[in-house]
Design a protein around this ligand. Sequence first.
Ligand SMILES: [Cu+2]
Length: 163
Amino acid sequence: MMHSRPVARFAILLLASWLLSGAARAADIRVEGAYARAVPPGQPNSAVFMALTNGGDADRALVAAESDAAATAELHTHIMAEDMMQMRRVKRIELPAGERVVLQPGGLHVMLIGLGEQLAPGMEVALRLVLDDGSRIAVSAPVRRIDPIDMRKMQGGDGHAGH
Ligand SMILES: [Cu+2]
């Protein structure tokens, strides 16, 4: 007991400094407006969208995402291939210093593959974003129903929709 107390105090100090440094580094990246796509029963995959602002002096990148809501979380983008909008996995999403990067339907997104349960409006998806410096940002994304018309517009099917 007499010996363990200073050890415990030291461990708490270490933990506190680790938490502070992690928070300071992650604080350079601000996450806004995160939301996850609601999916009907039986649909195994979904996506999470958000805006990321790098308020720091150093270029950063999003290199991975983790979520307990799905078996796997991947970073994805959309590309046009053979006149079809297709999703592709990307290794990283660049977050240049001072810039804002938007993950949105039809573009960059965090893909949730192998959902544990159906995502219905009112739920929240907990996500951890992993940055290239090893720091993590915890994000809570409310589940929203996304109008399919939005996707048609993104895919260029709605000719008179302006941008
Ligand atoms: Cu995807």
